[in-house]
Design a protein around this ligand. Structure first.
Ligand code: NDP
Length: 499
């Protein structure tokens, strides 16, 4: 991997390429790409000017930005440079009370009784404003999260807008969704989201809930609150009635207070399996509805008849997209033994061309790890991989066995474990040898083999000859330790409706 000079000089959380290089190369030395063909990209930085950063951000409560009751704030930083970006209000229990009360009043007086066709107009408006302000959202997302601008610009923001457009279309057609003749909203939704796709996860949570007639209290992740607050501003701009969407920034305690609040009818959580289990215990016996979208350890299965170039692109996309901070990342490569050497060699060549650097540079493929804490976790697990005997090349491990920690635990970073198999049956057994069940990928020329595998892989999503493809019409979610419930599509609406 090549390192962008700007970001390395800035000394941020750039981990992926730190040890990039052939085995034995000193840490910090980058892979020398073929010197005959090597050439440098000129920097292509996206301007920050489109974003106006406020020194301090309030909570979005009942249609207004207000300070936290106790006046507490926390800092959010740019993970690429560790530069503080802003102070953000930290919601306490009293603010959670206020948020839930505002959502309840809006649900009973305005949003619940409103005809679906009217609700749809607001959702369309939000979607259009997201498109109009897409550059602003993309720059802010990359600043606060560290993801490359080309991903925030081409994936996160367009998909977020698409979610609002898609669900706007459902708002006046809910009785045709196959969920009963006149499905009713559930009430007040308490929604807690992680830092890996801050805007997109907000859209996944808010759009279906609002389309179905619920009101929302959203808790963004502590390290990435800014785009959720900009989305709150868009709600204001769209004229959304006060209280329909409330955004309470804060840390885990804020999330816990929201989940535990008796005024919440439905809890929707995306994040770690560990916290998901805590939430399940908190919600048990309360009668609240619950959906959990948790971790994963997906197998990306490559057969000997797969087109190698396409499969390698899929492997790279599977594990390096968003620095590997993806619950459905293809973090276990299962490759058929007869082609393993050829695939790994081609993969190494391809990795040598990836550009690691300033997230705001349009040429950057791999940006910053989201936080110091996450970087430490990635390092700990990578070190464990070496200690357990796997062979390391950059952040790719070969000779991995199923019992290794790097093959079992979710790393949530750009670290790939390569395992081999001989027969389709062995591929299925190894792919399913995980407590998770979120996603999987299959690469083969044979349609019949894809169908055979898709029936046997225990994963909520199986991609065939592609990876990390998302569409608002397609339900997403897992089972076992990856959680339950679906987001997106007709199935995603079910979580927010009583049939
Ligand atoms: P968490 O599960 O801790 O965080 C997810 C969200 O839940 C955040 O908004 C967090 O707030 C909030 N939260 C934390 N504790 C509680 C609680 N007790 N009750 C209610 N809400 C709570 O994930 P982390 O950010 O700590 O990441 C840890 C690991 O989780 C990662 O390394 C990764 O493996 C995995 N992960 C998986 C994700 C997925 O999409 N499946 C997404 C994110 C992480 P705050 O941010 O302030 O702590």
């Amino acid at each position: 991997m090549q390192a962008g000079k700007d970001a390395r000089a800035a000394g941020g959380h750039l981990a992926a390429g730190e040890n990039a290089g052939p085995p034995g190369a000193p840490a910090g030395e980058m892979t020398p790409h073929d010197p005959g063909t090597e050439w440098d990209y000129a920097p292509a930085p996206e301007s920050r000017d489109i974003v106006t950063l406020e020194p301090e951000y309030g909570l979005f409560l009942n249609g207004e930005f207000v300070p936290a009751t106790g006046g507490q704030v926390f800092a959010t930083v740019n993970p690429a440079t560790e530069e503080p970006l802003a102070q953000v209000a930290e919601a306490g229990a009293a603010d959670v009370d206020r948020g839930v009360a505002a959502a309840r009043a809006a649900y009973e007086q305005v949003w619940g009784p409103m005809p679906g066709a009217e609700r749809a107009k607001y959702l369309y408006r939000i979607a259009r404003i997201l498109q109009e302000r897409s550059r602003e959202f993309a720059v802010l997302e990359s600043l606060d999260n560290g993801k490359p601008i080309k991903e925030s610009r081409d994936v996160d923001v367009p998909l977020a807008a698409a979610h609002f457009f898609y669900h706007a279309g459902w708002a006046d057609k809910l009785e045709h969704a196959g969920l009963g003749p006149s499905p009713r909203p559930v009430g007040v939704a308490g929604q807690v989201i992680p830092w890996n796709f801050p805007l997109l996860m907000a859209a996944w949570k808010l759009a279906p809930a609002l389309a179905a007639g619920n009101t929302c209290v959203l808790k963004p992740a502590e390290t990435t609150p800014l785009t959720a607050l900009l989305l709150a501003e868009v709600c204001q701009q769209a004229g959304l009635p006060p209280g329909v969407v409330n955004v309470l920034t804060g840390a885990g305690e804020t999330g816990a207070a929201l989940v535990a609040h008796p005024g919440v009818d439905k809890v929707a959580f995306t994040g770690s399996t560990e916290v998901g289990k805590q939430i399940r215990r908190m919600v048990a016996g309360t009668g609240k509805r619950l959906t959990l979208e948790l971790g994963g350890k997906a197998a990306n299965v490559v057969f000997d008849d797969a087109p190698v170039e396409a499969a390698v692109e899929g492997i790279v996309n599977g594990i390096f997209f968003n620095q590997g901070h993806v619950c459905c990342a293809g973090s276990r490569l299962l490759v058929q033994e007869s082609v393993a050497d050829a695939v790994v060699e081609r993969l190494r060549d391809r990795l040598g061309t990836l550009r690691l650097g300033d997230p705001l540079d349009k040429n950057t493929d791999i940006g910053a790890i989201n936080s110091r804490q996450q970087l430490d976790k990635i390092r700990e697990l990578s070190d464990a991989g070496e200690a357990e005997g796997a062979e390391r090349w950059s952040t790719v491990f070969t000779g991995v066995s199923q019992s290794h920690r790097i093959a079992r635990e979710e790393i949530f970073g750009p670290v790939l474990s390569v395992l081999t198999f001989r027969t389709p049956e062995e591929a299925v057994a190894k792919a399913n040898n995980t407590p998770y069940g979120l996603s999987a990928g299959v690469w083969t020329d044979k349609g019949s083999r894809i169908l055979w595998l898709a029936q046997r892989l225990r994963a909520g999503v199986v991609w065939a000859n592609t990876y990390n493809r998302f569409d608002p019409a397609s339900p997403f979610g897992g089972y076992r330790e990856s959680g339950f419930g679906r987001e997106g599509g007709r199935h995603g609406l079910a979580a927010y409706l009583d049939g």
